[in-house]
Design a protein around this ligand. Structure first.
Ligand SMILES: Nc1ncnc2c1ncn2[C@@H]1O[C@H](COP(=O)(O)OP(=O)(O)O)[C@@H](O)[C@H]1O
Ligand SMILES: [Mg+2]
Length: 486
């Protein structure tokens, strides 16, 4: 089954979906497709339903009886029957789905499934019953349940949930990786690609939101920002606000949820830092942090050298951009004063958005690096802080690469790296990394072959380049390397 030409990449996802569809009719199947909003789940599933002549139903926020009527309508449309079926309740609807001769070998997509379980809480158990009956009979549809509410979708298959153990496909549709995103936007210049990625990330929908407008060159970047994400006339302008509101509707203390994200975006990204920023005790924040983590928008990353210490990161660049640039000046932006807002926010964008974003691109690059880069295939990549007891200082290491852990062997550090978006790097950075390696060796890490890797968005001075040329333990990684096809 060929992937339609209009779908960019997603070869892996399509392959799994196509195989699922090809098995339809052999036996009943259950597949679950998740991923944050705007990643192209519906796009893929509609295409799949269309190319298999399957049934696609996209649920909406509606009452139980309205949803049921809409579902009956979709089934009627699919069966092309002059009189659409009528269902008294979901029990009848699901039984029909599993026993109708014309549906039992079909691919059936139920998109936005959490909207249905919101109003019909028994739906998962009803499905479980019919799936099990279908399994006994050996016939039933190939059902794909899809949803963006990650917490709801996660609970669907967890623990003792009714559908646990019944799915034979679980697919997560993620944003495009940063290199793929550059190709998707048609940007060949690595620096421009990194700048653009810091605003729109790898979320496919955002290209259509700006009618495929992309910055033509570095000089056009500011103009592009003004034409798109800061322009009240594009859907991209409201997108971050819309997504955040969607996640916390109906919750108590929504302002606290928002302040927690603002704290992280501002760089106060430890538990204590967030607490200080929002003016609460760290212990009071546990619930709020968990809720954000459940949505997939907030990610907790452990310090690789200090267990129990972690930093939070916002997973969607557009949200970071909104928190740092848009939110503080929202009124002025709505009034069309984007130019003034952007020139005022430009330094914050560089410090709070580009700096951390560049670090995370470097970690991503390191994680996907070929074995030649660090000697062996990386096992784990993260950031960490090494405490220097003599000077009572702390050395922040942006990119730490470990070899795969081996039992009863000291943890092997393949690389210690520092990332600087806007600064020409010098030997001073290597000296810091060397000092960190020394301290780590003292703590029992294997640093015998550790490389010192400098990642820069602005280049390296002559001395550092000369040192790197003669010492294979010093590595220089620039933007073209980050974007070289890996
Ligand atoms: N692989 C892709 N190739 C091209 N465009 C895509 C792709 N995935 C998503 N899009 C664009 O993003 C839009 C939103 O995707 P959608 O399927 O609605 O996301 P989701 O269902 O995950 O919220 C699509 O309408 C399409 O314009
Ligand atoms: Mg969708």
């Amino acid at each position: 089954m060929d992937k339609p030409g209009y779908i960019f990449d997603r070869d892996f996802e399509w392959q799994h979906l196509a195989r699922f569809a090809e098995r339809a009719g052999e036996r009943p199947q259950l597949g679950v497709v998740t991923g944050r909003r705007r990643q192209g789940k519906t796009y893929l599933l509609e295409a799949l339903a269309a190319s298999t002549g399957g049934l696609y139903f996209g649920a909406t926020q509606a009452t139980a009886s309205e949803s049921l009527a809409l579902f009956a309508e979709a089934v009627g449309g699919h069966l092309d029957s002059p009189v659409p079926p009528r269902f008294a309740d979901w029990n009848e609807a699901v039984t029909f789905l599993y026993t109708s001769p014309s549906l039992r070998s079909a691919v059936v997509v139920v998109d936005e499934f959490p909207y249905l379980t919101d109003v019909a809480t028994a739906l998962p158990s009803i499905l479980q019953r019919e799936i099990d009956r279908g399994a006994t009979r050996g016939s039933g549809p190939s059902l794909l349940l899809c949803g963006s509410a990650l917490s709801v979708m996660g609970r669907l298959l967890a623990g003792n949930a009714p559908l646990r153990g019944r799915a034979n496909l679980e697919l997560v549709v993620r944003p495009f990786d940063y290199r793929l995103a550059a190709r998707y936007w048609g940007i060949a210049d690595p620096r421009l690609a990194a700048l653009t990625h810091a605003v729109v990330g790898g979320t496919p929908a955002y290209r259509a939101y700006v009618n495929d407008d992309h910055p033509r060159d570095q000089a056009d970047f500011d103009g592009w920002v003004l034409r798109t994400v800061l322009n009240p006339g594009t859907p991209l302008f409201l997108e971050a606000r819309y997504q955040l509101a969607e996640e916390v509707t109906g919750m108590r203390e929504t302002s606290l949820y928002h302040s927690v994200l603002a704290a992280v975006a501002a760089g106060n990204n430890t538990r204590g830092g967030i607490a200080t920023h929002v003016g609460r005790k760290a212990t009071d924040l546990t619930h709020y942090l968990h809720v954000w983590e459940d949505t997939g928008l907030l990610v907790r990353e452990e310090d690789v050298f200090r267990s129990g210490r972690s930093r939070y990161r916002i997973a969607e660049p557009l949200i970071v951009f909104y928190e740092v640039v848009g939110r503080p000046q929202w009124g002025r932006l709505e009034a069309g004063r984007a130019e003034a807002v952007w020139s005022d926010a430009r330094p914050r964008f560089t410090a709070q958005v580009l700096g951390p974003h560049f670090e995370s691109l470097c970690r991503r690059w390191a994680l996907l690096a070929e074995p030649e880069v660090f000697g062996v295939l990386p096992g784990e990549v993260g950031a960490g802080v090494v405490t220097d007891p003599t000077g009572r200082t702390q050395i922040q290491v942006d990119v730490v690469v470990f070899a795969p852990a081996q039992p009863d062997r000291p943890r092997q550090v393949l690389s210690l790296g520092e990332a600087k978006w806007g600064k020409v790097m010098t030997l001073a950075q290597v000296d810091r990394l060397r000092r960190a390696a020394q301290l780590l060796a003292g703590r029992g890490f294997d640093t015998d072959a550790t490389r010192f890797t400098c990642y820069s968005g602005a280049g390296f001075d002559e001395q550092l380049r000369a040192a790197a040329a003669s010492d294979e333990r010093i590595q220089l990684v620039g933007l073209p390397d980050l974007y070289a096809s890996g």
